[in-house]
Design a protein around this ligand. Structure first.
Ligand code: SAH
Ligand code: SF4
Ligand code: F3S
Length: 443
C-alpha cells in the first residue's frame, strides 16, 4: 500500500475557521490525506487565514516566506491558501505568489478534494465563489470525537456591514443551515461522546434556518434550535457565539432563564460606549440600548457572565468618546473581553476616513486592557468558595490533575485520580490563579 499523504493545516482567526479546518481535514481524508502536526513532513500545507485586521492577514505572507525553503527542497509539496484572505485576495495571491498551488474561499471547501487533485496534477485552481449549494452537505461525515467539546456552524456570513469590518465581504451574506441538518450533526456528535456543543455563526443569534418538515417547517429561531438541541440525550451543555445586540430577541433571553443546558456565558460585542462612534460604525444600537439589553438578560439569568469585543481608535474617536467606552465597561462588569486597535481594512467604508494617531490608539488600548484585566480578575476571584459545574477535557500539567471549563467558561483544574475526560462534576473553587481556577470535587 502507498504511504498516506500528509496534510498540515495552520489555522488563524475565529472559531469558524477552527471548525472549517476540521471539516477540510475530513474532506481531504477521503482523498487519502492524514493530518500531521509538522509542516516539514507534509505533502500539503493548508493555511486557513484571517483577514479581520491587517496584522492577521499579513501572517499569510510571513508564513509563505517561512515555507519557501521547504518548498524549494521539496517541489512536490502543495501549498494551499484557504479562509478569509483567500476570499479577499484570491486571484492576487495566485498572481503574486508562484509557490501557492491552490486558493479556496470559505464557501467552497466542498470543492477542495477536486482542487487538491488538480493541484497534484500541476494546475493552480482558484475558487472564491459563493455557490448556491450548502458546502456542508457535500463534506464527508465527521469522524469519532476525540474531545468532549465541539463546534458546530449553524449560520454563516453577515448582512450588518459595520463600517470597519471585512466579514460581510469575506463570508458573504447571512445564510442559516436547515435545523434538521444541525440536529443530525449534533446527535451524531453526542453519540460519539461530545458533551458540549458551541453553535457558531458570525451573527449566530440572527439564525433563521428552515425548521424540520415533521414539525411544520417554517423558520426556526436560535432559541427554538437551542430548545430542540437540549432534548438530545448525552448533550449536556450548549453555547453559541458570536451574537449581535440587535438580534438578541426575547425568546432567546427567556431560553437563558429556562433551559438549564444553555450555559450562563454570553459573548455580546458592543465595540464602543460612545453613541457618536457607534453611529459612525453603523452599529445601529446605542450604548444605552446595549446596557438595557444586558440588564434584561441578567434579569432572566442573574449569574450571566458577559463577554465583549471593543475597538479603540476608530476614525474620529475623541478622548471623550473613549471615556464613554470605559464607562460602559465599568457599568457592565465583564467576565472576559477582547479589545483591538482599529485596523483600516481595504474596501470598508471606515478605511476612507482620517485615522486616529497610532500613539493615541495605543495608549487607549492599554488603558482599556488594564480595566478589562482587572474585571477578569475580579470575576475569577468572585468564584472562590462557589460551587460550579465543570466539564473535564484533558489531563493537566501535574500528575493526577484534570482540566476543564466551568459553566462560566473559566479554565478549572482539579487533582483527583478518579476524573475522566468528558465527565461533568460539581466543583468547589478554592483559588483563583492567573488564567485559571483551582478547585476540589464536591461530595
Ligand atoms: N460577528 C462578530 C465578530 C466579528 S470579528 C461580531 O459582530 O462581533 C471579531 C471582532 O474583531 C469584532 O467584534 C471587532 O471587535 C473586531 N474587529 C473587526 N474588524 C476590525 C477592524 N477593522 N479593526 C479592529 N478590530 C476589528
Ligand atoms: Fe463584522 Fe459587524 Fe458583521 Fe460582526 S456584525 S461580522 S463586526 S459586520
Ligand atoms: Fe477572520 Fe474570517 Fe473569522 S476574517 S475572524 S477568519 S470570519
Amino acid at each position: 500500500m502507498a504511504e498516506p499523504k500528509k496534510l498540515f493545516i495552520k489555522t488563524y482567526g475565529c472559531q469558524m475557521n477552527v471548525y472549517d479546518s476540521e471539516r477540510m481535514a475530513e474532506a481531504l481524508g477521503a482523498e487519502g490525506y492524514v493530518t500531521t502536526g509538522r509542516a516539514d513532513e507534509a505533502d500539503m500545507v493548508l493555511l486557513n487565514t484571517c483577514h479581520i485586521r491587517e496584522k492577521a492577514s499579513e501572517k499569510l505572507y510571513s508564513d509563505l516566506g517561512r515555507l519557501r525553503p521547504l518548498k524549494a527542497g521539496k517541489p512536490d509539496l502543495k501549498i494551499g491558501v484557504a479562509g478569509c484572505v483567500a476570499q479577499a485576495e484570491g486571484a492576487e495571491i495566485i498572481r503574486r505568489m508562484p509557490m501557492v498551488d491552490l486558493v479556496v474561499g470559505p464557501q467552497s471547501y466542498h470543492r477542495l478534494p477536486a482542487m487538491a487533485r488538480a493541484a497534484e496534477q500541476g494546475q493552480r485552481p482558484v475558487d472564491t465563489d459563493f455557490p448556491a449549494e450548502d458546502k456542508f452537505d457535500h463534506l464527508p461525515e465527521r469522524p469519532a470525537a476525540v474531545r468532549p467539546t465541539a463546534f458546530l456552524t449553524v449560520q454563516e456570513g453577515c448582512d450588518k456591514f459595520c463600517a470597519f469590518c471585512v466579514v460581510p465581504y469575506t463570508r458573504g451574506s447571512e445564510v442559516s443551515r436547515p435545523a434538521t441538518r444541525i440536529l443530525d450533526e449534533a446527535r451524531k456528535l453526542a453519540d460519539k461522546g461530545v458533551r458540549e456543543i458551541t453553535l457558531l455563526g458570525q451573527n449566530v443569534n440572527a439564525y433563521h434556518g428552515e425548521g424540520p418538515a415533521a414539525e411544520g417547517g417554517g423558520d426556526w429561531s436560535l432559541a427554538r434550535l437551542v430548545r430542540a438541541l437540549a432534548q438530545i440525550d448525552g448533550l449536556a451543555r450548549i453555547r453559541y457565539t458570536t451574537s449581535h445586540p440587535n438580534d438578541m430577541d426575547d425568546e432567546l433571553i427567556a431560553a437563558h432563564g429556562e433551559e438549564t443546558k444553555l450555559m450562563p456565558y454570553l459573548h455580546l460585542p458592543v465595540q464602543s460606549g460612545s453613541d457618536r462612534i457607534l453611529k459612525a460604525m453603523n452599529r445601529r444600537h446605542t450604548a444605552d440600548s446595549y446596557l438595557k439589553l444586558v440588564e434584561k438578560i441578567r434579569a432572566a439569568r442573574p449569574d450571566m457572565m458577559m463577554s465583549g469585543d471593543f475597538i479603540v481608535g476608530f476614525p474620529g474617536e475623541t478622548d471623550a468618546d473613549f471615556a464613554e467606552t470605559l464607562d460602559l465597561v465599568r457599568a457592565v462588569g465583564y467576565g472576559m473581553a477582547y479589545s483591538f486597535k482599529y485596523s483600516a481594512r481595504p474596501g470598508t467604508p471606515a478605511a476612507e476616513r482620517a485615522p486616529v494617531p497610532g500613539a493615541v490608539a495605543d495608549a487607549r488600548l492599554q488603558e482599556l486592557q488594564a480595566l478589562i484585566t482587572s474585571q477578569q480578575h475580579a470575576a475569577q476571584e468572585a468564584m472562590v468558595g462557589r460551587e460550579v459545574g465543570v466539564l473535564f477535557e484533558k489531563p493537566g500539567r501535574l500528575k493526577g490533575q484534570m482540566v476543564g471549563k466551568s459553566d462560566y467558561l473559566h479554565a478549572v483544574h482539579v487533582r483527583d485520580d478518579s476524573l475522566r475526560a468528558g465527565e461533568i462534576a460539581r466543583v468547589r473553587i478554592t483559588a483563583s490563579e492567573t488564567n485559571s481556577l483551582a478547585g476540589v470535587l464536591v461530595g
